[in-house]
Write a protein that binds this ligand. Structure first.
Ligand code: ASP
Length: 365
């Protein structure tokens, strides 16, 4: 009887530790996005369509190679986002949108789901790869979030690659700013400059079961007054927690901030997992001493892809209910990847040890 009690107590302790770490080791997954918005077949030329697919494929392959070879999810997402920051098709790094005053100000963030360490920058103007700056804030400063000239100064002190602000400029983005200004002059207050946002993000789980998320953007065309969107806000545009998931968002940032979209999705996943695990354990038959006949280990148990889809869709519906729009990518400790978006399309891709690599643009793909 006494032995039974000790067994029961140690099982209780063991199961509560196990419950904290649902990760299944030995599987890797990478999910990427290059922005959500009004992305429809008749709005992209064939050449643009194929350029975007090539760019997404290159980014997906970069991160996949790292994960496949046993690299960390943090290294994989940083490298993936850097590739997209260098590609002028996306609203991040080179090719980012202009502010109202005709400058380019980057926002980026990164989060490590193992330690829940995070780094973010807003309004950086001269760092070639803002995602790397965000990671340095995480690893080499005592802070989580740096802004403006301070972020620029920290970046230079860290020896990160510096470029002139005009290095990020593209004609396409300048035309979008001019169109926005012209619409403003014409009194079209609800005009939205080319609603294909182009923010980039990556989420991953590596072979050790560690989760990570990163997002990088120029924000919104014509932003002013030091406007900050969701992308660099931990919990809104980016979140990673080994107990739940990794999320990167894109869309109307103000609404994602108000809902705390990325954190909300991870929390709902974590809580639903814990509930299901408790239910599974409660259904285990007891022996004559009232001791469960076997224990359901957290790592043997996971949420189904349909659960993740349902949670992500519900949180996005809540955001859309407030008036926003956009999408998210989600990776889970169980090696699944999920997209959810309220817009007609989202530039996106997914690959994994158990997932065939794929790229998509439109909502019906
Ligand atoms: N979420 C970004 C922002 O509000 C924009 C985007 O996703 O494209 O700054």
């Amino acid at each position: 009887m006494r032995l039974g009690l000790i067994t029961a107590l140690s099982a209780l302790l063991w199961t509560s530790i196990a419950a904290a770490q649902p990760a299944v080791e030995g599987r890797w997954t990478l999910v990427i996005h290059g922005g959500a918005g009004v992305i429809e077949r008749d709005r992209l030329t064939e050449a643009q369509d194929s350029e975007i697919r090539t760019a997404l494929t290159e980014a997906l392959e970069t991160g996949s190679a790292i994960l496949r070879n046993g690299g960390s999810s943090m290294d994989a997402i940083e490298a993936t986002v850097r590739v997209m920051e260098d590609n002028p098709n996306f609203n991040a790094g080179r090719g980012a949108v202009f502010t109202y005053d005709g400058d380019i100000e980057h926002d980026a963030s990164i989060m490590d789901g193992t330690t829940r360490s995070a780094g973010a920058v807003t309004g950086s103007t001269q760092t070639r790869h803002p995602v790397t700056l965000a990671r340095r804030v995480m690893t080499n400063s005592p802070h989580v979030f740096l802004s403006g000239s301070g972020a620029d100064q920290f970046s230079a002190e860290q020896g990160l690659e510096q470029v002139g602000n005009d290095w990020f400029e593209t004609d396409r983005r300048r035309e979008q700013l001019e169109a926005m200004r012209a619409a403003e002059t014409a009194g079209l207050s609800d005009y939205r400059a080319d609603f294909k946002y182009g923010t980039v993000g990556a989420v991953a789980v590596d072979l050790n079961g560690n989760m990570a998320a990163a997002t990088s953007t120029g924000g919104m065309t014509g932003k002013r007054w030091g406007r900050i969107g969701d992308s660099p806000v931990i919990g809104a545009g980016t979140y990673a927690d080994n107990r739940g998931c990794a999320v990167s968002a894109t869309g109307t940032g103000e609404y994602f901030i108000r809902v705390g979209v990325a954190h909300e999705i991870c929390t709902q996943i974590r809580v639903r997992f814990e509930q299901r695990l408790a239910e599974a354990r409660a259904s285990v038959p007891m022996d004559g001493d009232g001791i469960p006949e076997y224990y359901v280990h957290a790592s043997e148990f996971g949420l189904a892809e349909s659960d993740i889809q349902e949670i992500a869709d519900a949180v996005l519906a809540e955001m859309a209910g407030l008036g926003g729009s956009g999408g998210v990518i989600v990776a889970t400790p169980w090696g699944t990847g999920t997209y959810s978006f309220t817009t007609p399309g989202m530039y996106r891709g997914m690959a994994g040890s158990e997932i065939e690599a794929s790229i998509a643009i439109y909502g019906d793909e």
